[in-house]
Design a protein around this ligand. Sequence first.
Ligand code: PHE
Length: 341
Amino acid sequence: KGFLKEAEGQLSQPDVDVEAVRVAFLGKKGKITGVLKSMKDLSVDEKKEVGQVGNQVRTAIQEKIEEKKAEQEAKALEEKLASETLDVTLPGSKPKIGSAHVLQQIMDEIEAHFLGLGYQIIDDPTDSPEVETDEYNFERENLPKDHPARDMQDTFYITPEILLRTQTSPVQSRVLEKHDFSKGPLKMIAPGKVYRRDTDDATHSHQFHQVEGLVVGKNITMADLKGTLLSIMQELFGEKHQIRLRPSYFPFTEPSVEVDVSWDEVTPDTKPEDIKWIEVLGAGMTHPNVLKMDGLDPEEYTAFAFGLGPDRFAMLKYGVEDIRQFYLNDVRFLDQFNERG
Ligand code: PHE
């Protein structure tokens, strides 16, 4: 009966390990089992009494254990239910909404600017295919097969005649050859992806973007080109960045220029030698050969063309020093440009 008190005492603890109590009292080596086992040395009368009391105590402890077990299970269930309660009055969690990629944002800005100047946007794959022919990518751009300037654009060939376009310039010919000049001059931009067999590093990527521009009409001059380039640069960078035009070479323009933008903002106190220039676009007056191949008389029509690099614009605008960041799809990087916050 002393054991019964002892067991009851232990079972009254709220967090008692019920199984351990069962083993201690009723298990094979338990206290009650021990008493019942030792009966064999007793007299018949003693056996009877000890047996009776022993069994009563055993049943009583068993009942107490069951009771305690049920109590603990009920309590655990209650706690679980409480922890899983849904508070419908709490504000909902806000789902994450994506946004346009930073390069797309820049291209949208460029498109909006040129739309405002009355340009058409050419982005339909029939006029602006990424898988191009050698003819449109090179030959129609005044780059015949053995032209040394082909080395300027290391190319991914699919077959000897089909390639991944290295520039958006082929879109010029695709659109120009169809243009109806009785309806007015041609003013177009073509934003898109281009590919070059470069080894990726901080400033080179085997895939990047260009926005091609082309204006064809009568009396189109270099002054028109310069004014147009200044307007887009001012739109994108504001007054604080300087622009520099340098003579350059492209097979499809003559004369050709390269346009650089200052890496940092330039003030009246900035010394010219301290300005760090970064090349952002190539441009020029369309070569007469190109106009001829597209069916125009260069004596009648003149044209200018340019190729902008949105990747470089984005690097400049946001101070990104590694072009590869744009293509890693690391949401932590991209989220910085999430317009929706
Ligand atoms: N297609 C040239 C390039 O990829 C850029 C360019 C376009 C230059 C149009 C002049 C005129 O380097």
